[in-house]
Design a protein around this ligand. Sequence first.
Ligand code: ZN
Length: 163
Amino acid sequence: MALRTIRTMGDEILTKKCKVVKEVNERTLELIDDMIETMYESYGVGLAAPQVGVLKRIVVIDVEDGNGPYVLINPEIIETSGEQTGSEGCLSVPGKSGIVTRPNYVKVKALDREFKEYELEGEGLLARAIVHECDHLEGKLYVSLVEGELEDVKYDEDDFDEE
Ligand code: ZN
């Protein structure tokens, strides 16, 4: 496994629509493993393939619910309900956050790393992560949905305290 470079806003690849994955081969699995490693290394809750420069419909998510990391290949949102308004960030927009309204419940159909179809339901943060990452596959960044201004993320010094 290897870390991949995360593309940041301004990079054209983040505005492009991703291609459907037709098969999972060695290279696809390597990409998925690298994406998971890169997501954890960056303390993200999700990462989409275009964020590491690959225009394929692949997403990884881990919201620390004990069931991750989720691998979603060719994800399709099939149901949404409710609404949540809250702070959102993106590894491709480092140091920023903004308020975005998303559905509070999402059901998505996708293929797993064995290319088997499954469904995943999420509420709260998981729902937010699913729609955010699926947007990446359409070349959409959350910044276009922000209500008000993008804000600088302020880090509390205690976050870096090793004690
Ligand atoms: Zn993102």
